[in-house]
Design a protein around this ligand. Structure first.
Ligand SMILES: Nc1ncnc2c1ncn2[C@@H]1O[C@H](COP(=O)(O)OP(=O)(O)OP(=O)(O)O)[C@@H](O)[C@H]1O
Length: 359
């Protein structure tokens, strides 16, 4: 087992549960996709070419991106990591499964607090991601733009006057920008309004994904909402559109929470308390059940029905209860049957503030 510091703890700074509307918007992410003009996209590049991309981009980072205010970056080469560390980085949302499993000469560059994650040789040569707690689309976008500008000063990006930034997948051509929020929407799910809201969202150029991005499930009432379109709109328009739609969804969720409290206070309190009790005492816990019960408890705390764990602890538990992190914590050899009991134990210990012991 390696001792990569970024995989030793489950909680990144940006998961601390602060920031605007952090009871509903867990986190915000902005990423830009860029490519170097003179080299083929990663999928078409030879080993030598993707090696060249890696050395150009890490060279720029090592020289210092800009004179002042450059955060200290840690360059991590994917081929130096074991599979478990890669899995944990995916579970912490710091790299994509694609970079973990399929990249050649792939690397990830992280700053100390893990709010900046730059992927090299993923689907594109360069993917700059900024992750912030709560609802901070503007702030995350400004940071991503600052880094993008600093790279662009030193690199010749593949850019077409008519189409904008050229990317490996046509869905990213243009701005190469994806801005997203991870939203906790339990009241819209319980009041059965979620499908109507999500289908309205998809009609205004946004897309809804699960907790681990494209192709993943929306576990624990967590929905990732991001812009679908990158071409034909300016960055400002994309950010403004996401911002205003998310404000409306926040309002709908708040109204649904107020309605639940008003119409079914006892039922909802019972549900929250039961979930808290089960999480506190269960001996076996599957990941789906953990996600759902953690969602109930998070809602209970937000509604003032329970004086329970902080959202920072809830966010930590969301990562801690993933398979990779469990293996990291309790040893790679724990097999499937033991995993559910280790998960239950880890939740029990965390909720009661006990020291975490071996499984
Ligand atoms: N707001 C967010 N908060 C935390 N993590 C996020 C957020 N948005 C996306 N992620 C994480 O980023 C990773 C990539 O997500 P996704 O596949 O949607 O991104 P993408 O960069 O648009 O990829 P692609 O261009 O390949 O579709 C996933 O692990 C996802 O959970």
């Amino acid at each position: 087992m390696s001792n990569l510091r970024f995989t030793e703890h489950a909680l990144s700074e940006w998961m601390r549960g602060s920031g605007q509307d952090s009871d509903i918007v867990i986190s915000t992410r902005v990423r830009v996709a860029r490519n170097l003009r003179q080299l083929p996209f990663p999928l078409l590049a030879t080993n030598q070419q993707s090696g060249e991309v890696l050395s150009i981009l890490t060279g720029v980072i090592q020289e210092g991106l800009c004179e002042e205010g450059t955060p200290a970056f840690h360059i991590i080469h994917l081929d130096e990591l074991d599979d478990l560390d890669k899995k944990v980085l995916v579970e912490k949302h710091l790299i994509s499964p694609n970079l973990a499993n399929e990249s050649r000469n792939g690397a990830v560059v992280l700053n100390d607090d893990e709010s900046i994650s730059i992927m090299i040789n993923e689907e594109d040569h360069l993917r700059i991601q900024c992750l912030y707690p709560g609802f901070q689309v503007m702030e995350a976008w400004e940071k991503a733009t600052e880094l993008d500008d600093a790279f662009e000063e030193k690199l010749d990006y593949a850019f077409d006057d008519k189409r904008g930034y050229m990317t490996s997948c046509p869905t990213n051509v243009g701005t190469g920008l994806r801005a997203s929020v991870m939203m906790h929407l339990p009241a819209l799910v319980m009041t059965q309004q979620i499908n109507r809201i999500l289908s309205a969202v998809s009609q205004v150029g946004l897309t809804v994904r699960g907790i681990y991005g494209e192709g993943s499930e929306a576990l624990g009432n967590l929905f990732q909402i991001s812009n679908q379109i990158t071409l034909g709109q300016t960055e400002h328009e994309i950010i403004d559109n996401l911002h205003s739609v998310v404000l409306q969804i926040i309002e709908h969720e708040k109204n649904a929470r107020a309605k639940l409290l008003n119409d079914s206070r006892l039922r909802i309190t019972d549900r929250v308390m039961r979930s808290y009790g089960i999480l506190s005492y269960a001996a076996v816990m599957e990941s789906k059940e953990a996600a759902q019960r953690l969602s109930d408890v998070r809602l209970g705390v937000d509604l003032g029905l329970l004086d329970g764990p902080s959202s920072s602890v809830m966010n930590e538990l969301n990562v801690m209860t993933q398979p990779g992190f469990l293996q990291k914590k309790f040893g790679e050899s724990i097999h499937l049957g033991d995993r559910d009991s280790c998960r239950a134990k880890l939740i029990r210990q965390t909720l009661s503030g006990q020291q975490q012991e071996p499984c």
